[in-house]
Design a protein around this ligand. Structure first.
Ligand code: HEM
Ligand code: HEM
Length: 190
């Protein structure tokens, strides 16, 4: 399968970015909720350190993914989609791209405002983006939490839409984002 996207399906690079980042987002929510239930201590800090490292990985991957997308146009939406559906699909994708930057950046800014270090799997430490500031920390913490709720809601909508396309509309929208699949429309008529 070609690396680059074609007018009918996503290429391997776009698919790899999609599923790797999706898996990291699930990891991020899992780590954050596990940490949330723990009292302050070594275990909570270890989970949050992992959360920060994976979060910064999302930021780096989001930059690469966006650059790749700017050079590789995604496939066209299926021609049968209603205008409202097309607007919703595009708005969801734009919102995702914004959140893939806003989530890590708000987390990084939040940690900076408390002067908590942000390391990348213990290999190096990211610099603080702003000086220590309790008011900014509270604001950024709420922002990070609200953005995570928005991301969660959009992800549910997005997954339901993908399943609707596959099981209800029976079009190629899900298949063309999956590796090693043949497009349904390419199958011969019975
Ligand atoms: C895609 C990336 C990220 C996602 C999806 C994400 C998601 C979340 C979620 C769902 C929570 C729990 C919010 C709540 O209290 O209900 C959380 C908390 C937290 N996140 Fe992230 N996060 C991301 C990136 C980052 C980064 C890059 C950092 C720091 C460098 C970070 C630092 C934190 C911290 C310190 C908390 C705990 C805040 C508290 O004490 O309540 N996050 N994150
Ligand atoms: C929370 C994790 C996820 C994120 C952040 C995410 C993000 C995105 C983004 C940004 C796009 C647009 C790609 C582009 O054109 O550049 C996209 C497309 C797509 N996603 Fe996801 N996604 C996630 C999870 C999922 C899951 C779990 C499924 C399957 C059930 C899925 C199915 C699809 C499909 C089928 C497309 C292609 C839509 C089209 O052809 O227009 N995504 N996703």
């Amino acid at each position: 399968m070609p690396n680059r996207s074609s007018p009918t399906r996503y290429g391997t690079v776009a698919q790899a970015f999609h599923w790797l980042i999706a898996a990291l987002i699930v990891t991020q929510f899992t780590l954050a909720y596990l940490a949330d239930d723990l009292p302050i201590g070594i275990h909570k800090l270890a989970l949050l350190a992992r959360h920060k490292s994976f979060g910064m990985t999302v930021l780096m991957l989001a930059i690469l993914r966006l650059l790749w997308r700017l050079k590789n146009a995604p496939p066209d939406l299926p021609s049968g989609m209603a205008p409202l559906e097309r607007v919703l699909a595009r708005a969801t994708h734009v919102a995702f791209y914004v959140l893939l930057f806003a989530m890590p950046l708000s987390g990084w800014l939040m940690s900076s405002a408390k002067n908590y270090s942000v390391s990348w799997f213990g290999l190096f430490t990211w610099p603080n983006l702003i000086a220590k500031n309790e008011t900014a920390f509270d604001l950024l913490r709420s922002t990070h939490e609200i953005l995570s709720d928005v991301l969660f809601a959009i992800a549910i909508l997005h997954i339901l839409a993908a399943l609707k396309h596959h099981f209800w509309n029976k079009d190629d929208v899900l298949l063309r984002m999956l590796p090693l699949t043949k497009l349904a429309q390419a199958k011969p008529e019975k």
